[in-house]
Design a protein around this ligand. Sequence first.
Ligand code: HEM
Length: 557
Amino acid sequence: MSEERKAPAVRSGRLEGRAGKAAERAFTALDQRLPAAEGGTLLRKVFPDHWSFLLGEIALYSFVVLLLTGVYLTFFFDPSMNESVYRGAYAPLHGVLATQAYSSTLRISFEVRGGLLIRQMHHWAALVFVAAVGAHMLRIFFTGAFRRPREGNWLIGVTLFQLAMLEGFCGYSLPDDLLSGTGLRTAATIIGSIPVVGTYLNFFAFGGAYPGHDFIPRLYVVHILLVPGALVGLITAHLILVVYLKHTHWGGPGRTNSNVVGAPMVPQFTAKTTGFFFMIFGLLAALGALAQVNPIWRYGPYRADQVSTDAQPDWYVGFLEGALRLMGPWETNVWGHTFMWNVLVPAVLLPAVLFVVLYLYPFFERWVTGDQAEHHLCDRPRNRPTRTAFGVAAITFYAVLLLAGGNDVIAYSLRVSVNSLTWLFRGAVFIAPPLAFAVTKRICLGLQAHDRDLLSEGEETGRVSQEVYGRIDEGRRPLPERRRYTLLLRDVPLPLQPAEDEPRPVPRRRRLRLVLSSWYYRDRVELPVGAAPPRPEVTAPPREPLTEREEGGSAGQ
Ligand code: HEM
């Protein structure tokens, strides 16, 4: 090899050596001041790959878009309830008396550069954010990712879900237009329906009789400071827990309850997730540019003596609106005080019960199962028919209420009587959820039976042959090993049984637990364990919780 060709190699070797030493010195200096070495471990954190894990990321990135667009809007929005005659760029409203909140929203829409785009992006991001949070919560529920050790993150999550809805409702109410004002009017009535303290709370919130002059400025503080602050803090805690507890993953060869298989944080996951952020940002920008949302100039400013038909809240409040519309006109007068059951039950007690059930569900299921073990593998929903059926029944209940919240629009569009429709929904709210429960459970058991057939008879080849004697045979071939393993990797508890030495008669609480456990777990399709040797079905939980998880597996699997 000639000298000329050797020289660059020697020089680059020296440079590399110097650069390596400089990097080492810089790293040591950094490590003396910050937990840089620990950060290295963080960079190697493993994230499993599955589309359902993107739902949380959609929630996260739409929240980032909300923050970015929201900051821009604060530069121009004036949260004042002082009224003046509108003389801005939107000529059809000239001469109308409107609050500064309403006029400044019109200014953002028609006079501020890029204002309408940013306003619409902000509104779309809010709609997507709450939808993504809801969908993410459902994925956690149906895969059992709320089980030990992630109950804490479930509790944080349920709080985040409520805060997300509250944040959306506050923002929606700020422009003080006729539609959102109608929503605030409903909110004031809901607060007022709380026995004993309702009227005081109302006066406290509105600074006197509704609507007053204080509410929009107060709502503004809640919308841009208190709730976002709580959201940022809780999302940070939520993500720290995701990293600390490590992610659940779907079972398969090499993916067990004691490892986590996926791509490392740097560079694969970071590259993918950054791209994903820009996709969400682009989608929301496209929606903001192309799809009109909340055109408040068409509704006009809020006036307490006016209300329009076709008044719909944003989708996530629709279930409450529906519950209110379905409730009968029930009130009780006691010593001159009115109990407004027609508002209290659907708009205060019902959501309170729903959220208490959500908070407690992981603990309830653990009590029914008696299962104290850690779970890091996602459940296939079909393998937990009762839980899955519960989830679908709850979604059905929610869907009926949501539809009922639009009963006027549906009645108008379909040219049917709004009263008949309301009665139909009243029936459906009681009948549809149990029906959905029964059908879902049957479907889950049917899918389990399908898994059993696949394991014992193999998968269809699509070829049908006929013997010379006339017998027709559908072609089947054994399942590939990986698939058989995945199907057999299920962890389904057996119903609890009374112990031999249990005191008789069995105490009532224990009896209830045994009955619930049997109701939860007695229906199952046994898989032909012998048909596939790799791993037997786990039929009972391990008694001791697993404490250590190795973070292993190959990247990108
Ligand atoms: C502001 C709202 C929320 C954001 C930004 C958020 C974000 C995330 C992200 C990025 C992940 C990791 C990826 C994934 O599994 O999808 C995650 C995991 C998780 N989230 Fe959320 N989340 C939110 C609300 C919720 C809600 C409402 C719940 C449930 C009630 C919840 C429960 C969980 C749990 C238990 C995990 C761990 C899942 C696992 O390891 O498989 N989160 N979240």
